[in-house]
Ligand binder design. Structure first.
Ligand code: GH3
Ligand code: MG
Length: 442
């Protein structure tokens, strides 16, 4: 695989299957790079790599253009320990098995043909002199960059408004007719929000105050004209690499954040109805109670349960039953305050509604409103729309409530008992009562 991938891209490849073969081969022809398996039939890659740094062997490649022989380790055991061992003896890179098409080529290109790293990147060169543009643009093109040219700040700004997503670096002259490089830079940073884009200034001025002014408007770097093209390329490479790393990092952070949000949402919601689950209630209800007490406000709970829900399942099947549950939660969601009140799936077809800043009188109104809405709203299902009713039990506390009475358990048990009073008294009704102490924990 390795040989084929490299040969396909015009590398000449020598092959050795043992450490002995490899060492012998190097005395005859020195390669530009070695890919080396960590486990060999007659030893291990690390020892071979070490042997290559001994004077008996360095003499073979000391005269090569780079003066060293880079080694890429290929390993099945990609552990931190292995990597540390490899890098300590001078590995240039590590590839873990299984590797995929293009991995070896990329690693080899990075070392042997570093220039290729700029292929696929795009630069914008801004200068009012065509000759000056050519002096900057040509070396960049030779490095494999795609280069666009603009002749002043105005033109460059218009160009960037449309094209900024495709541009990886801007190289601009400072003094230009109409809009200069400084104004252009400021507008790119502030108006287009391109905070990570590398912007390099080319200037004939070496006055330090003026150079500092360039950084004040957001320059990444500058070069004083006349410059050597090697310096331009070297600086460009540093800034492009940094920008690419930043871009990758932002992408990774973005996807991690998204995944994190999704995991959090999944961990606190009921997958069927989308309302909160009991995990969330366990944490949030305590907080809500504490806040109400601290701010001397009321808080109420409504426990509700669909009447004769078993009959829905029995008559129409579980799928329709599920649709009814969803519709029921949606119907209630439309009758409570968004972002203040919240619904928890307490059990199968039993739900809890938490109503901050609502006293026992208030919860009676809310309960009645919900009861009526459920009764009057036929719930859509994949079959016919179904009418259901539900029973409610509500309780709560206000600022005057004895603090030792206010516990999660007391609130839940009182609301549940009141719900069952509603059931026993004929269903489709709301029963509200004061908070009763089942236990007196605080
Ligand atoms: P009551 O008026 O006394 O509350 O009668 P009920 O039939 O609603 O109560 P019961 O406790 O006898 O039955 C509740 C039913 O709810 C039984 C259970 O299979 C069903 N159920 C619980 N969770 C789900 C669910 O997620 N989907 C569906 N389709 N049914 C569920
Ligand atoms: Mg029920």
């Amino acid at each position: 695989m390795i040989v084929r991938e490299l040969q396909d891209h015009n590398y000449t490849v020598l092959e050795a299957s043992t450490a002995e073969d490899a060492l012998e081969m190097i005395t005859r022809e020195v390669p530009d790079l070695i890919t080396l398996e960590t486990v060999l039939p007659d030893g291990d890659g690390f020892s071979l790599c070490k042997t290559l740094t001994e004077p008996g062997y360095t003499k073979y490649y000391a005269q090569s253009p780079t003066g060293h022989l880079p080694v890429i380790f290929i390993t099945e055991h990609d552990t931190l320990e292995e990597r540390r061992k490899g890098f300590e003896i001078g590995a240039a890179d590590f590839l873990a098995k299984p590797f995929y098409r293009g991995d070896v080529l990329k690693a080899v290109n990075n070392i042997v043909r570093p220039n290729k790293r700029l292929i696929g990147l795009t630069a914008l060169v801004v200068d009012d002199s065509q000759m000056a543009r050519r002096i900057s643009a040509e070396p960049l093109r030779r490095e494999g960059l795609t280069v666009f040219e603009c002749s002043d700040g105005d033109e460059a700004l218009c160009f960037m408004e449309k094209m900024h997503k495709k541009i990886d670096i801007v190289i601009t002259d400072l003094k230009m007719p109409k809009m200069g490089g400084d104004t252009l830079c400021l507008k790119l940073r502030q108006d287009l929000g391109l905070t990570d884009l590398p912007i390099i200034f080319l200037t004939a001025i070496s006055d330090h105050t003026l150079l500092l002014d360039m950084f004040k408007v957001g320059a990444t770097d500058y070069l004083v004209k006349p410059f050597v093209k090697e310096e331009l390329i070297a600086r460009l490479r540093v800034h492009l690499e940094r920008a690419q790393l930043t871009k990758n990092l932002r992408r990774i952070i973005g996807s991690l954040k998204k995944a994190n949000d999704e995991i959090r949402t999944l961990s606190i919601t009921d997958p069927l109805t989308g309302c909160y689950n009991r995990n969330y209630m366990g944490v949030q209800l305590k907080k809500e109670i504490r806040t109400a007490q601290r701010c001397k406000r009321s808080l109420s709970l409504l426990m509700c349960d669909i009447d004769h829900f078993k009959r829905v399942n029995d008559r129409y099947g579980h799928t329709v039953g599920d649709e009814v549950l969803k519709g029921f939660v949606e119907c209630m969601g439309g009758c409570i305050r968004a972002d203040i009140d919240w619904v928890v799936r307490f059990g199968g077809e039993e739900f809890l509604i938490v109503l901050p800043e609502t006293g026992v009188d208030g919860v009676r109104d809310v309960g009645e409103r919900l009861r009526r809405a459920v009764e009057e709203t036929p719930l859509k299902t994949s079959g016919d729309a179904l009418s259901i009713t539900a029973s409610f039990g509500g309780t709560g506390f206000g600022p005057g409530e004895p603090p030792n009475l206010i516990t999660v358990r007391n609130l839940l048990v009182t609301a549940d008992n009141l719900l069952y009073s509603s059931k026993n008294n004929g269903r489709n009704r709301v029963t509200i009562g004061p908070l009763i102490g089942i236990d007196a924990e605080s």
